[in-house]
Design a protein around this ligand. Structure first.
Ligand code: FES
Length: 140
């Protein structure tokens, strides 16, 4: 597997939460998206980092998504997604599936092997602190 598609060491994928990284669709050059890596019963799986209730809402907001009993939780409205299948088992988008990315493990490292996406880097998409401030719900 190409070193350019190496996401991280498998030892760096946490057991109880998610590992955040960035990808770019091959056929849509400008739009970087976030994705998560997590363990399932057979190794690691990867999903785009967006809830299926509101697809602009991130599951991992930068410090790892909440997980319970093998499911990823969207903390916005409490949807649960199976880690291994991506299926929503409870919540407002029950029955919907997360968008899968193909990953593989080789010699202790996790690689992106998805024909539709290129690996960009680890971590989330940077947001401008000024933008966040202007969207505050508080007035002073
Ligand atoms: S945005 Fe995820 S459950 Fe509503």
């Amino acid at each position: 597997m190409s070193s350019a598609s190496r996401i991280t060491s498998i030892d760096d994928v946490p057991e109880e939460t998610t590992f955040l990284f960035r990808v770019q669709p091959v056929d849509d050059g400008d739009e970087v998206k976030e994705a998560i890596l997590l363990h399932d019963d057979e190794g690691v799986v990867s999903w785009l980092n967006y809830c299926q209730h509101f697809t602009h809402i991130k599951l991992d907001k930068g410090s790892g998504a909440e997980m319970r009993d093998g499911e990823v939780i969207c903390t916005n409205h409490g949807a649960y997604f199976e880690a291994d299948s991506g299926r929503c088992t409870f919540g407002p988008c029950e029955g919907a599936f997360l968008n899968e990315l193909a990953v593989g493990v080789d010699d202790g490292a996790v690689y992106l092997v998805d024909d539709d996406y290129e690996f960009v880097g680890t971590g989330g998409i940077e947001t401008d602190a000024d933008d966040l401030g202007s969207k505050s719900n508080y007035e002073f």
